[in-house]
Design a protein around this ligand. Structure first.
Ligand code: AMP
Length: 542
């Protein structure tokens, strides 16, 4: 027997309709790419999104068409999220930091009909447009005064495009399983793969992520997502914020310490979200300027592991609580959150920081398990580690335009991460499977070594890779970027690290480098480094 309840679909534009009706005067603030600050309300955002939806119809964009964006976090990108998906088409967010070949591939693979681009990224279009026979036009996200000069044809100005349109638009009704947003993984090997979110999965993800045990967003929050809208939808903030009526502060292209500090302080942001490298820049800037963040209560850190030293710096210097979170493009992205439960907050500081450096527990809707190479489930004892598998209504079942399922037996998705789960259910990422260092019969976590190394005051960034060793197969090599004006000798650093990690896992060699390579999503790019340094220990005569 079925239940008797209404079959009301979970559709994305309803989030903005709700925000406009019940939190209509709540602000959305953006740092403009053209310079200056833009400020309007949810009520304004709804009207402009409707104008844009009418403009899209005029351009001939149809249900299911892909509309690409190459854009920072601003109010115009926000309008695209609602107008494109709300009209039944698919918002395809493109990461401008990808290599040109990857961007070329992605636009062709997605068959984008139009591209909406920020001024910053217009040169990418000028360079690559010939490779995209699918493209009907380009819209520059600016006003007439700031339009770039170009020889390209069919380039439009966003503000002109929508200015004469009506702000009345009836959002079409459709099944909530319909596709809404397309986001490609950064693909360190092979071509990027598309993950196609539906309206339903997006709303369920927003419901799951906004809750207290998630990112804890409500109508009193002022949320500043530094995490870009061009990568996994800024962790769903553009959906969760209107759902709850939170004020949004979009940083535009200003991800540096000075720009972020100014925006945080003037807008009184209390919830920040971003990857560790961004916070490193912010914390360094604040130290140099002897400034303290006044308004910030919580900082969500994900994308890469949050080092204990960062959790401690936010807590002790800025009275801000770090919420460590984990997820991936295939998971919309939220999987686990290390939420500030009473038990966690009551722990003595060192134990609390240690727990906060775990990636946390699943938000309701996500199931996790770890398995060994035979497929047997590992113990949840915080020690045994295995392949991390996930399941849930906002997790991909297959990749865009691929025929086969992306799932294992039982409907589980293999994350490619290796993790432990403790008896309280806290998951800790040990490594990406391909980054784990296999030394003799033991596995060494590169993440653990990196996190300990960056705790040393002379170290700005650390990267550990496995390199060949004649006796142990692989041993860890630690590559370091030193903090400005600092020096540090190997024995001092090894002394600092001993006692914090198992002695046998300490790196065999330490090498200071000027910079470390990062992927388009800000993660350390270890593949090329492994190749470059593969014989480092052998050449040293180990
Ligand atoms: P992406 O799909 O680009 O968002 O990357 C997802 C991957 O980033 C995950 O599978 C993890 O390997 C890594 N990742 C995300 N969050 C964390 C975290 N908090 N700690 C460690 N690794 C993370």
């Amino acid at each position: 027997m079925q239940g008797n309840m209404q079959k009301q679909g979970l559709l994305i534009p309803d989030l903005l309709e709700h925000a406009a009706q019940y939190h209509g005067s709540t602000e959305i603030v953006s740092r403009l790419v053209e310079g200056g600050i833009h400020r309007y309300t949810y009520a304004d955002a709804l009207l402009r999104s409707k104008k844009l939806a009418n403009a899209l119809a005029r351009l001939g964009v149809q249900s299911g068409d892909r509309v690409g964006t190459l854009a920072w976090n601003t109010f115009r990108h926000f309008e695209l999220y609602y107008a494109v998906s709300g009209a039944g088409a698919i918002t395809h967010t493109i990461n401008p930091r990808l290599f040109p070949e990857q961007i070329t591939y992605i636009v062709n693979h997605a068959q984008d009909s139009y591209l909406f681009v920020d001024l910053t990224f217009f040169p990418i279009i000028e360079k690559l447009h010939n490779h995209w026979p699918c493209l009907k036009g380009v819209v520059v996200l600016t006003d007439q005064d700031n339009m770039p000069e170009t020889n390209l044809t069919n380039v439009m100005c966003y503000e002109d495009l929508i200015s004469d349109e009506s702000d009345v638009f009836e959002w079409p009704e459709f099944e909530d399983e319909q596709a809404a947003t397309l986001c490609y993984t950064s693909g360190t090997t092979g071509n990027p793969k598309g993950v196609l979110y539906s309206h339903r999965s997006t709303i369920l993800h927003a419901l799951g992520s906004a809750q207290r045990e998630g990112l804890d967003i409500d109508s009193e929050s002022t949320v500043l997502p530094v995490v870009p809208m061009f990568h996994v939808c800024a962790w769903g903030v553009p959906y969760a914020a209107p759902m709850t009526g939170a004020k949004i502060v979009f940083p535009g292209a200003g991800m540096d310490g000075a720009s972020l500090t100014e925006l945080i302080q003037t807008e009184k942001a209390d919830l920040l979200l971003g990857v560790p490298t961004v916070w490193l820049g912010l914390l360094n800037y604040l130290d140099q300027q002897s400034q303290v963040l006044e308004s910030v209560e919580r900082v969500v850190i994900g994308g890469s592991a949050a080092p204990v030293s960062m959790i401690q710096a936010f807590d002790e210097k800025h009275d801000a609580f770090v919420i460590h979170a984990w997820g991936m493009t295939e998971m919309s992205p939220l999987g686990t959150v290390c939420a500030p439960t009473r038990a966690l907050k009551d722990l003595p500081k060192t134990e609390r920081y240690a727990l906060q450096s775990k990636q946390g527990r699943p938000v309701f809707g996500v199931q996790l398990k770890i398995i060994d190479d035979e497929g047997k489930e590992c113990q949840r004892d915080g020690v045994e580690f295995g392949r991390l598998l996930v399941k849930g209504p906002w997790i991909a079942g297959q990749y865009y335009l691929e025929d086969s399922s992306a799932l294992e037996i039982g409907g589980w998705f293999d994350t490619g991460d290796v993790a432990t789960i403790d008896p309280q259910g806290y998951m800790q990422i040990v490594d990406r499977k391909k980054d784990v260092i296999k030394s003799g019969g033991e596995w060494i976590s590169s993440i653990e070594l990196e996190n300990v190394a960056v705790g040393h005051p002379s170290v700005q960034e650390a990267c550990v890779i496995g390199v060949l060793h004649p006796k142990w197969d692989e041993r860890p090599l630690l590559l370091l970027v030193l903090a400005e004006g600092k020096s540090c000798d190997d024995s001092e650093l090894l002394e600092f690290m001993s006692g914090k990690v198992a002695k046998w896992s300490l790196p065999d060699a330490i090498l200071v480098v000027d910079t470390l390579p990062h992927t388009a999503t800000g993660k350390l790019m270890k593949k090329d480094l492994r190749e470059e340094y593969k014989n480092f220990l052998i050449d040293m005569g180990e």
